[in-house]
Design a protein around this ligand. Structure first.
Ligand code: PLP
Length: 467
């Protein structure tokens, strides 16, 4: 339904009279629910934030019913605070960060992480930590030398949250984009950027699973190159997607070196079937969080008050209970199986794309994303030989396929711009592929073949309509 129609259906005047709860529920079920997305449908293939793990859902409901507030421990969340710590410690364990003995955790600054509402918030806190590392006490004195807050990101594939974070924390959007090769930093370009901008860089951001192709960076190599240039640069990994590699020994080598980075963002609501929302920022040196702490004589005068280390957030619900229940329900063996099944499903989908005569895959899938394009009839593709005109025509038809797919509402694949880093169509061109995500255990082989048949049929229909 067009958004304006939904707006006109749902935006009403402030109700004057009371309604029974039954009446309110009925109106929700009749008017609102039928228009909600169903991300857990096996045909919703664009993102895969299914949020449907039974234990995680139970945790979400219990968090609502218990009404704990993670801002303080003593009177606000006597046990929840320690469940939250436990979850953060498990995430640290998975990534290879060391945890102090539980008996040595005497304050929130010993924990080494915070729970936030999403990857955007976690990345923003990471950028604040980088700022304080580059220019201590900016929290108190403000920015005095704006030239030193540059942040290196990979060109064309970084997530917008890092740039937004820089604007929000007042250091200016000084993003330095560095060329990539195969959706990872091109190491000689990275070295050059570090040299050219020496003294102006506060952080380098690497992606363990970028938001488009989910390619996992060679983290150890990035660490080594940056440290050889300047050991004072804050190293941040956005592992919103890459956390899944930590579940299974088979994939762990992909994130080798992650524990050398100063901070890591993870997003369990993306990769652990945990309902919205739940993210965490983990730091290599727990005490780093002291640099961005808040103090108040109103509340939080106690060692275990998480409110002191979560910038932008005061009152905070018990988001971590969902993950505590999910991890307890699955254990390490269950997590390993989840990772295995998803990555195998993505590989199977990649094979189906490769076997299809009118489709081309535009990257090598590391995790669960597979981006591909429909090739109009008669396209003679041989190793990136296409002209800009032909690439423009292919982009146009893929964009039309996506719009038609959204309009018909039977299937969902995602679409975005992507540099042709592997030169599949034309090296350096900007592509508009369709993206499949293999997170949902309900997505079967049949769904995968059907969606590809659907895409190629739409492509053919659109071409013949254009003739
Ligand atoms: C790599 C990456 N980082 C950060 C984010 C932002 O996460 P959130 O939407 O949880 O704030 C996303 C979201 O897609 C992402 O893909």
């Amino acid at each position: 339904m067009a958004p304006q129609r939904i707006r006109d259906l749902l935006i009403r005047d402030l109700p004057e009279k009371a309604s029974t709860l039954d009446a309110v529920l009925e109106s929700f079920v009749d008017e609102v629910l039928p228009l909600c997305k169903n991300e857990a449908s096996p045909r919703f293939l664009g993102f895969g934030d299914t949020g449907d793990d039974a234990a995680a859902l139970a945790g979400g409901i219990l968090a609502l019913l218990t009404q704990q507030n993670l801002i303080n421990q003593s009177f606000d969340s006597p046990s929840a605070t320690f469940v939250e710590m436990q979850v953060l410690r498990w995430l640290r364990d998975l990534l290879g960060f060391t945890n102090p003995a539980a008996s040595d955790v005497t304050t929130v600054w010993d924990v080494g992480g915070v729970v936030t509402h999403g990857g955007t918030a976690s990345n923003t806190i990471a950028m604040m930590l980088a700022r304080e590392h580059a220019a201590p006490d900016t929290t108190q004195h403000g920015v005095t030398d704006p030239g030193r807050f540059g942040v290196i990101v990979p060109r064309g594939i970084g997530h917008y949250s890092v740039k937004s974070a820089l604007t929000w924390i007042g250091v200016g959007a000084q993003i330095i984009e560095v060329d990539t090769a195969g959706f990872r930093y091109d190491m000689s370009s990275l070295r050059r950027a570090l040299r050219d901008h020496a003294g102006q860089i506060m952080a380098v951001v690497a992606y363990a699973g970028d938001s488009r192709t989910q390619t996992v960076e060679h983290l150890r190599a990035v660490h080594d190159v940056v440290h050889a240039a300047d050991q004072g640069i804050w190293l941040h990994v956005d592992a919103c997607w890459g956390l899944v590699c930590a579940f299974n020994e088979r994939f762990r080598s992909m994130i080798d070196g992650i524990d050398l980075f100063d901070s890591v963002t993870v997003d369990p609501h993306k990769v652990m079937a945990v309902p919205y929302s739940l993210s965490a920022l983990l730091v290599r040196r727990p005490a780093a969080l002291r640099t961005i702490s808040s103090y108040s004589d109103l509340i939080m005068q106690e060692d275990y008050a998480f409110g002191q280390v979560t910038p932008f957030i005061g009152t905070k619900g018990w988001m971590s209970l969902k993950l505590w229940m999910m991890i307890r329900a699955h254990g390490q063996t269950g997590l390993a199986e989840i990772a295995e099944n998803r990555i195998e499903r993505a590989r199977r989908f990649a094979t189906l794309v490769d076997d299809h005569p009118s489709l081309v895959r535009v990257h090598e899938p590391d995790l669960v994303a597979v981006a591909f394009m429909y090739l109009p009839e008669g396209t003679k593709l041989r190793r990136g030989n296409l002209s800009t005109t032909v690439v423009a025509r292919i982009n146009a038809v893929n964009q039309r396929i996506h719009s038609r797919m959204l309009a018909e509402g039977q299937w969902h694949l995602h679409q975005f711009s992507l540099p042709d880093d592997l030169g599949r169509l034309r090296p350096g061109a900007t592509l508009y592929p369709l993206r499949f995500m293999a997170n949902n255990p309900r997505t079967t082989e049949q769904d995968m073949t059907q969606v590809l048949t659907y895409v190629s049929r739409l492509g053919r229909d659109l071409e013949s309509e254009a003739r």
